[in-house]
Design a protein around this ligand. Structure first.
Ligand code: NBP
Length: 484
């Protein structure tokens, strides 16, 4: 049923921004029995949605913001699904001017979490509730059940939660939506989710590269390998779609589609944001960083073209035991993936402390199990890990993951060593292994770094045998003095 906004404010929720994501989420709400007020800057999108899907539920067509706001039951709930950045600020401003105290504005776009913190502060001063909600799952998830990560005030979630949970993906009867924490925490968590997605995709890419160039398989054979992996511990959306993509044949050339696509990966920015935020927090997210840089390198096409043919040095022969090497790649992929997730969860824990968000990592593992791009069997293991110990210092220290890495470690080393000897770049596999070795090292070379810093900058150091800070008089008699 469709109606135009009249005097009766009857819509349960309003969606403004009816491009791919907004229109699908609006349909998802309507299909779940909610009356949805529709608004888009250009009316054509609203009408196109109603023409194609107006019979899927109860929609209220509106043209102006005033009409849109007037169509909503109180407290009003409006979901903004417009392009992140300035358009979001413009829409918020228009809405805020037309809304009343206690109404709720939800930003479901990919906003930078610091923008969400700023917006929440400014709107709360005006008596409005602002919820920055990360939404993952792309077009398909938006329609059939995304993972939703709403931040903002807890009271807003009481009004909003049931509505969002009704349209979210469900796993074992649990919705993939929960209140994440205050202000920008929902968008922060969504950002790290995307960062992990970058790392996961890069690792899959490296596995593909090795299967192609070290093992010598063609796209179809590699698709079969991924299909097999998807039956085991690596079962996940991304591994599943990798097999589908590799099986796709280009209609024009008859070649595997992957072989005719330009090998320059683009990015919209959430991976980069994750790395920037990690640098500010001082958390090593090496897997995510390597993934962002690998995309940048792939995109440097002019430089790459100029560098083709540079010396490779003496390269080793391809692995003789193809079956064993394929098994090794599977294990290396799993272990590297554990590291990428461990680092992402570390970043979330650090932000939780920094911003006083009191986040619960187990909840995130729970809601990422369905709807979102990184959904995977693996997430159940992470959930179990945090259910057993909510204060886990690193995912790597959970007994299940410790054992998984123990089982994978020899394969992991063989794969990284072979890749180096074959001249195949595996930055995420290699950096994840280096991170793991760094983490488990009893003594790192950082003592030397500290001594150097003290030498040239009198930055002082601590000793392993006495408390306090010390400085060596490097340009004097080289005796040591206590510095505090
Ligand atoms: P887009 O990010 O392509 O944004 C298009 C929408 O923004 C249209 O409705 C457009 O209205 C509106 N808009 C723009 Br552009 N500037 C505006 C302004 N100044 N005032 C009002 N409206 C304005 O849409 P999308 O791909 O559906 O994504 C929506 C949000 O969801 C984004 O923040 C995106 O990052 C996030 N997201 C996307 C995905 C995905 O898979 N695509 C996944 C998860 C999250 P118009 O029709 O009048 O031009």
């Amino acid at each position: 049923m469709t109606s135009s906004a009249g005097s009766n404010a009857r819509a349960h929720i309003g969606v403004t921004g009816l491009a791919v994501m907004g229109s699908n989420i609006a349909r998802n709400f309507a299909r779940h029995g909610h009356t949805v007020a529709l608004h888009n800057r250009s009316i054509a999108k609203t009408d196109a949605l109603l023409a194609a899907h107006g019979d899927e539920g109860d929609f209220v067509r509106t043209e102006t913001i005033e009409e849109f706001v007037g169509a909503l039951q109180k407290p009003r709930r409006v979901l903004i699904m417009v392009k992140a950045g300035d358009p979001t600020d413009a829409v918020i401003e228009e809405l805020a001017a037309a809304m009343d105290e206690g109404d709720i504005i939800i930003d479901g776009g990919n906003a930078l979490f610091t923008d969400t913190i700023r917006r929440e502060k400014s709107l709360s001063e005006r008596g409005l509730h602002f919820v920055g909600a990360g939404i993952s799952g792309g077009e398909e998830g938006a329609l059939n059940g995304p993972a939703i990560m709403p931040g903002g005030p807890k009271e807003s979630y009481e009004v909003l939660g049931p509505l969002l949970e009704s349209i979210a993906a469900q796993v074992d009867g649990t919705p993939c939506c929960t209140h994440i924490g205050p202000d920008g925490s929902g968008h922060f968590v969504k950002m790290v989710h995307n960062g992990i997605e970058y790392a996961d995709m890069q690792l899959i890419g490296e596995a593909y590269h090795l299967l192609r160039d070290a093992v010598g398989y063609d796209a179809k054979q590699i698709a079969d390998v991924f299909t097999g992996w998807n039956q085991g511990e690596l079962e996940s959306y991304l591994v599943e779609i990798t097999a589908e993509v590799l099986n796709q044949v280009d209609a024009k050339t008859g070649k595997p589609l992957v072989d005719v696509i330009l090998d320059a990966a683009e990015q919209k920015g959430t991976g980069r944001w994750t790395v920037k935020a990690a640098l500010d927090l001082g958390v090593p997210v090496t897997g995510i960083a390597e993934a962002v840089f690998a995309r940048a390198l792939s995109g440097a096409t002019d430089q790459r073209r100029a560098a083709v043919g540079l010396a490779s040095g003496q390269l080793a022969d391809k692995p003789a035991d193809v079956e064993q090497f394929t098994k090794d790649i599977e294990r290396a992929l799993y272990a590297s993936k554990v590291v990428a997730y461990a680092q992402g969860f570390d970043q979330i824990a650090a932000a939780s402390t920094e911003y006083d968000w009191n986040l619960r990592p187990g909840d995130l593992a729970t809601i990422w199990r369905g709807g979102c791009i990184i959904r995977a069997r693996f997430l159940n293991r992470i959930k179990d890990a945090y259910d057993t110990n909510a204060q886990l210092p690193s995912l790597i220290l959970d007994p299940f993951f410790q054992e998984a890495i123990e089982n994978a470690i020899d394969s992991w080393r063989r794969v990284v060593a072979a890749a180096v000897q074959l001249g195949i770049p595996v930055p995420a596999f290699a950096s994840s292994l280096a991170y793991y070795d760094g983490l488990r090292a009893e003594r790192l070379p950082a003592a030397l770094t500290q001594a150097q810093r003290d030498f040239f900058g009198a930055h002082t150091y601590e000793r392993i045998d006495m408390p306090g800070k010390y400085h060596t008089l490097w340009s004097g008699d080289r005796s040591e003095i206590q510095a505090d």
